[in-house]
Design a protein around this ligand. Structure first.
Ligand code: NAP
Length: 330
């Protein structure tokens, strides 16, 4: 990126110093025409920061998920927000399947037993199950949610369910054999495993909280690689700790980097089970990085040459939400 931008005569500033008014980010955003950021260690582009960014024309998310940008404020200022749609969907779907398996099979406490020099098989086997025969459901059956369903198909689950605004196209649904449940509480009450694959917007923020958790089957597992704020941090930690749910895993946090005392860092269920959290890394495998770097370059190339962006990549443009309903759902 650096050599390419330099060859076009642009100045390219790279920094991870982002906090506070004297940070490199807040200093340089005042002149920048373009901001590139990732969701993994996000640069929160707030209304207040946009007020100082007089030249900013486009904010590119190198990855998928642009909720770290105040999209309404971007619209008011006619700043384009674009992301590299699809660039890391396989990477995340693989992480979801891994996290489901490690939770259901109680992998983490079993591994820790070995590294701590112990061998009490029954202590870990009592929380270990097969995925076969379980009901697994995804909230959101878009690019990632559908790929999760595809990857789970060979595990002979009892049923695959999805909760989304729309039915999957007939052919796509035939391939995975999933059933749509239209009511969220009904959906939650039928799943042994729930995976969250919807974007964060006003309709999904705090979707899984102490009230909706009442509908979740006792002992279910929840995996969220979409956005941390879709699940209420305190309510999830309490449900894991009490054993109401058998575990929670994923890589996304309501604040990133997560503070040292975030309840998801050290929550544990009975017998040390049920915490499969990682830092936000599922969508930033090296394979994914190559794809979203290429996609970012394409978005910038379109921008420099006044060419239209690939519609699926556009979140907001010309003061309006683009074709995706992102950010507008209630
Ligand atoms: P996508 O293709 O747009 O799919 C999201 C699906 O969720 C769409 O079908 C959408 O419907 C649906 N949806 C929206 N609101 C919903 C709600 N309230 N209830 C049920 N379904 C709802 O997006 P994707 O590529 O699969 O990515 C999903 C999210 O994963 C991203 O927005 C991002 O936040 C997250 N992500 C995380 C990582 C990571 O590294 N952990 C990487 C990539 C993405 P409509 O299209 O009709 O709105």
């Amino acid at each position: 990126m650096r050599d390419w931008l330099k060859s076009l005569g642009h100045e390219y500033i790279v920094t991870d110093d982002k906090e506070g008014p004297s940070s490199e980010f807040q200093k340089h955003i005042k002149d920048a025409d373009v901001l590139i950021s990732t969701p993994f260690h996000p640069t929160y582009l707030t209304k207040e920061i946009m007020d100082t960014a007089k030249n900013l024309k486009i904010a590119v998310t190198a990855g998928v998920g642009s909720d770290h940008v105040d999209l309404n404020a971007a619209n008011e200022r006619k700043i384009t927000v674009a992301e590299v749609t699809g660039s890391n969907v396989v990477s995340v779907a693989e992480h979801v399947v891994m996290t489901i398996l490690t939770l259901v099979r109680n992998y983490q406490p079993s591994h820790e037993m070995i590294t701590s020099g112990n061998w009490q098989v029954s202590n870990v086997a009592r929380d270990c199950f097969d995925l076969e025969g379980k009901v697994v459901g995804t909230i959101g059956a878009g690019r990632i949610g559908y790929r999760v369903l595809q990857r789970l198909k060979p595990f002979d689950c009892k049923e695959l369910l999805y909760y989304d605004y729309a039915e999957l196209p007939a052919e796509a649904n035939k391939a995975v054999g999933a059933r749509r449940v239209e009511d969220l509480n009904e959906f939650l009450s039928q799943c042994d495993v729930i995976t969250v694959n919807a974007p964060l917007h006003e309709g999904t923020r705090n979707l899984i909280n102490k009230d909706t958790l009442k509908h979740v089957k006792k002992g279910a597992w929840i995996v969220n690689t979409a956005r941390g704020a879709i699940c209420n941090a305190e309510d999830i930690a309490a449900a894991v700790q009490s054993g109401q749910i058998s575990g929670y895993g994923g890589d996304v946090w309501n604040v990133q980097p997560a503070p040292k005392d975030h309840p998801w860092r050290d929550m544990q269920g009975p017998r040390g089970r049920g915490n499969n959290m990682t830092p936000h890394m599922s969508g930033t495998s090296l394979d994914a990085q190559a794809r979203y770097a290429a996609g970012t370059k394409e978005i910038l190339d379109n921008f420099f040459h006044g060419k239209p962006q690939t519609p699926a990549n556009v979140i907001v443009e010309n003061g309006q939400y683009a074709t995706k309903a992102y950010g507008q759902r209630k």
